[in-house]
Design a protein around this ligand. Structure first.
Ligand SMILES: Cc1ncc(COP(=O)(O)O)c(C=O)c1O
Length: 478
């Protein structure tokens, strides 16, 4: 893996994103652990040249020997590569089996994963859907199998689901993609160019923030109010920063679990219309209402609103099926652009997803019951064992956005790796190091797994010298 010519981080910048990295370990080990985490969770992009030892030592106010020993360890582990004359740059180990939030192995005995907020598959119904897909496959085998728009039965099933949720949709308005993530990247590729600003909620979905950064665009944050979205701030952001588009997750927002009410959805569409600002509405989690179903989707505001959806959370992420809903004309353009990226989506998985979508109302009740029980269990663990940490009860979605009460998220995440627990630190969901006080805790594992994961989490906090338990009453836990 070679360094990218234009990607380099200066000593003072690296020092800033390293934050307070000094723990109980030897200094070089603490520094190495923090840099490793930043590489694994994407805050320090791959193929980026890092500062020379002397420069970083000066920026951090430590000896050059400390930095040299940290770099040496990371080189041994495969997280850094050095070459005389080219410097030192970030990499990932070739085997990819060293764990880490985004390289977690699916093998048995792997560390417990609280880094991904993604449920396992509904096994029995998925098998049935796969059998039905095998039977239908014969119809497609005599064709070449490439359809850049997606298979017709799946486009029909997705359009029908939108119509049932209150947004009348025709199959021509649907493009099937490789998950919601591919749809987000595709929209950025079509509508934005490097240097453009994109308005985002703060916090927001980490991989969407990454996609925005990798498209060379600049995310401009706006926040929340209690209990809704700060649409006044979004309006001001649109006025002042003139973003090319805004990206929002109104349905059981990742990571906070909030759900936008119907009134704000109308206001949002009106804002798009008034300012002619395209909105990308990510509905990946729309079906996971635990306390109430999400209101009908944000209206399409005469084509200004693009909806992104996914089979990943309703059914299973391993299907890698998502979609874009837009005007038929934009879908036509998107199909042309995607043909140059991944050509088309896999036929078999599309057939499976079409079958699952047709059975959504049969699948969801048990799935939501399970998630409700897991959410309740994790809230009880927090309440009983870490009352100093506060998490509001999310009305849906997959995780608790937990306030740690102190800027300790990254330190706990680093320590957790040694306890066999993968976490995504709060700043993964923010810009410029924000949310160091927060940790996203998914409740997607089984209850016995959650018990073990939570014990490891507390052990990690203790190992990092950050006991979560305080004498404060647990009144904030609502
Ligand atoms: C808000 C949001 N958007 C997109 C995605 C990515 O979904 P997919 O697996 O369909 O690419 C996720 C997955 O966690 C998500 O939470």
């Amino acid at each position: 893996m070679e360094p990218l010519d234009d990607r380099r981080i200066e000593g003072h910048h690296l020092s800033r994103i390293l934050g307070d990295w000094k723990g109980t370990d030897a200094a070089y080990a603490g520094l190495a652990a923090r840099i490793r985490l930043l590489v694994l969770d994407g805050r320090l992009p791959l193929q980026t040249r890092i500062p020379a030892e002397r420069e970083l030592a000066t920026a951090l106010g430590v000896s050059r020997t400390t930095v040299a020993a940290a770099y040496e360890r990371l080189r041994d582990e495969g997280f850094l590569i050095s070459r005389r004359g080219s410097g030192t740059w970030t990499a990932v180990p070739e085997t990819g089996h060293r764990g880490g939030p985004h390289t977690a192995s699916l093998a048995p005995g792997a560390p417990l994963d609280l880094a991904h907020a993604a449920p396992s598959a509904p096994v029995e119904i998925l098998h049935q859907a796969a059998s039905s897909a095998v039977a239908q496959l014969a119809r497609y085998l005599p064709t070449h199998g490439y359809d850049p728009y997606g298979l017709s039965p799946l486009r029909v099933a997705i359009a029908d689901r939108y119509t049932a949720r209150g947004l009348p949709t025709s199959p021509e308005q649907i493009l099937v993609t490789g998950g919601a993530q591919a749809a987000i990247s595709l929209v950025l590729r079509m509508l934005a160019k490097p240097g453009d600003r994109i308005a985002v909620e703060h916090p927001s979905y980490a991989n969407a923030l990454d996609a925005i950064a990798r498209a060379g665009c600049r995310a401009v944050p706006f926040g929340f109010t209690t209990p809704g979205w700060d649409l006044d701030m979004l309006a001001a952001t649109i006025r002042q920063a003139v973003p090319r588009l805004a990206y929002l997750i109104p349905d059981f927002h990742n990571p906070t679990g909030r759900c936008m009410d119907a009134g704000q959805r109308t206001e949002l569409a009106e804002l798009a219309r008034r300012t002619r600002t395209p909105l990308v509405i990510d509905e990946t989690i729309a079906e996971l209402g635990l306390d109430f179903p999400a209101p009908p989707p944000v209206s399409d505001a005469g084509g200004l609103v693009l909806h992104v959806g996914s089979a990943s959370k309703t059914f299973w992420g391993g299907l890698r099926i998502g979609w874009l809903r837009a005007s038929a004309q934009l879908v036509g353009q998107a199909a042309t652009v995607r043909a140059a990226v991944d050509t088309a989506s896999p036929v078999f998985e599309q057939l499976v997803t079409a079958e699952l979508l047709r059975r959504t109302d049969e699948i969801l009740p048990a799935r939501l019951d399970d998630l409700r029980a897991r959410r309740g269990h994790l809230l009880t663990l927090l309440h009983d064992q870490a009352p100093g940490w506060r998490a509001p009860v999310p009305p849906g979605g997959l995780s608790l956005w937990t306030d740690l009460g102190a800027p300790t998220s990254t330190a706990i995440t680093v320590a957790a790796r040694r306890q066999g627990l993968l976490l995504a630190a709060g700043p993964r969901f923010g810009l410029d190091g924000a949310f160091e006080n927060y940790l996203r805790l998914p409740y997607t594992l089984t209850i016995p797994e959650l018990d073990v994961a939570f014990a490891r989490l507390l052990a990690a906090a203790a190992a990092a010298g950050l006991e979560p338990v305080t004498d404060e009453p647990a009144a904030g836990l609502v």
